[in-house]
Design a protein around this ligand. Structure first.
Ligand code: GSH
Length: 213
């Protein structure tokens, strides 16, 4: 049965390319697993949406009889038993995936919220040092390895690299050369480029539908 990935029916320009279905699309492309997109409205949150994602967010998937929300849980589920979660390194891959979600992304979000949502430059500036510290710590842990696990690209790299995209775009990796190169290596992968192109095409199609309505 084809896997169904749920995202929004439309979003404004600002989050395009960053809506978290990108992580799932990216992994599905890496795995060569076919999937179909379904949508929920961004604005009117239905009971059916909440039944599948209790926080009325995206992404969530339906995989056979299983409905799953939380991008990290979805990635762990889909990567299980694949080359992106090598059995010998499973605990460490899970550790780094959770570190990305729990020890890096919150610090990035703590900067993004004042910077882009609240337009509070002083608030963002206050959050910057802690985010920078986390980025430096990831770079130090990466050392001179190609990927977090060494030579193999895993689902932990996929998620970490996705989380690094906003800091990278905003210049925070400019003086973290090894981390910048790591993020570029990851997002240069054909699977990421396809996932990004497909997400952007999804929003363009949504614009066209709204224009036609
Ligand atoms: N921890 C959740 C976060 C999901 C999340 O923040 N989704 C955003 C889109 S990227 C969303 O739905 N935002 C709209 C809202 O919260 O109403 C995950 O990783 O899946």
């Amino acid at each position: 049965m084809t896997l169904i990935l749920n995202t929004y029916d439309w979003v404004p320009d600002f989050p395009r390319g960053f809506v978290r279905d990108i992580r799932v699309r990216w992994l599905l492309e890496e795995l060569g697993r076919p999937y179909r997109i379904e949508t929920v409205p961004l604005r009117e949150k239905s009971a059916d949406h909440v039944a599948q994602q209790p926080f009325a967010q995206v992404p969530f998937i339906r995989d056979g009889g299983l409905t799953l929300f939380e991008s990290g849980a979805i990635l762990l589920h889909l990567a299980e038993g694949t080359a992106l979660m090598p059995p010998a390194q499973r605990p460490q891959v899970q550790q780094w995936l959770i570190a990305a979600l729990n020890s890096v992304e919150p610090f990035v979000m703590a900067w993004i919220v004042p910077k882009f949502f609240d337009k509070d430059e002083a608030g963002a500036a206050k959050r910057e040092p802690l985010m920078r510290q986390r980025l430096e710590q990831v770079q130090a842990a990466l050392g001179d390895k190609t990927w977090l696990m060494g030579d193999s690209f895993t689902v932990a790299d996929l998620l970490m690299a996705d989380i690094l995209r906003i800091p990278a775009q905003n210049g925070f990796l400019d003086d973290l050369h090894a981390l910048a190169a790591y993020a570029e290596r990851a997002t240069d992968r054909p699977a990421f480029r396809k996932a990004l192109a497909d997400q952007m095409a999804h929003w363009r199609a949504a614009d066209a539908r709204r224009g036609a309505a």
